[in-house]
Design a protein around this ligand. Sequence first.
Ligand code: CA
Ligand code: CA
Ligand code: CA
Ligand code: CA
Length: 323
Amino acid sequence: MRFSQPRMWMALAAVAAGAVVWTPAWSATGLCQDKDGDGYGLDCAPGADCNDLDAAMHPGAREACNLRDDDCNALVDDLAGCTAPALDPAPVQVASGPFVMGSDHGAPDERPVHAVQVSAVKLDRHEVTNRRYRDCMRAGACSAPALPTSHRRPAYFESPAFDDYPVIFVSWNQAAQFCHFAGGRLPTEAEWEKAARGPAPDTREYPWGKERPDCRRANLGGAGSCVGDTDRVGRRPDGASPYGAMDLAGNVWEWVQDWYGADYYSVSPGRDPQGPAKGSLKVMRGGCWESGASSLRASCRRAELPNAWADNVGFRCVYPAGR
Ligand SMILES: [Ca+2]
Ligand SMILES: [Ca+2]
Ligand SMILES: [Ca+2]
Ligand SMILES: [Ca+2]
């Protein structure tokens, strides 16, 4: 399967009315499976297996400093001896110049491969965090995420333990509002992809190069699942892009500015493309904590309704280069 299945819900009025009840991932549904035979499954009592293809990972397993959640408590390397790199709040500079956009190895909407000139921008080094988003709410400029939870954490958005984790359950509209508040805007598809791929003639598959994703470079799902939920931003310097942006691949999908056009690359202007003038779906990039490797590729495109939100979608912003 090329794309991970998004668990995307429409922002229905019923949600605002509190009709949606958070359901723990380990709720019994009668679909319990234990593929790796470690006694825990993805949907089994008493605890969810966060990687059902690796018998060394399951609730109660021994945690180790390996950028995975060995004991499946939705916390990576939660041991006194494990350290995470300090966060650098400064945005990264993406220089002006050409880059190679698209891929011949992906879906039809990634073709044709074409050269694009992109003006210089500053890009958030990290996905926008709960802490930053709360600041915007406090200033009266942002509305609350649709839900305060994460996939496996009943308390997430407002919990200090997750201050530096990516904000989720925000729509494209909310993401755009935040970036405006922060003095920027959402990146265009071209700006995002250049930040992940680097300048021409680089055609790297992933932000770090051509090596397949693993938990050292990205918080991903599928067979190599690392957390089964979001992770603190900036934990994986080995996954940094050529410009130093972190977590472009994995952790959360990232809303970008453009409307989605499946055939847009065949008509795209060669300089600072802005996407189709209108559309019904907005693009998101980079894959997430439950995506397989293919969705983490720099050129992979996905699209959803601008008022939709999910536990695996966040965003980051760009700012004028001179700022
Ligand atoms: Ca299992
Ligand atoms: Ca853990
Ligand atoms: Ca670990
Ligand atoms: Ca990401």
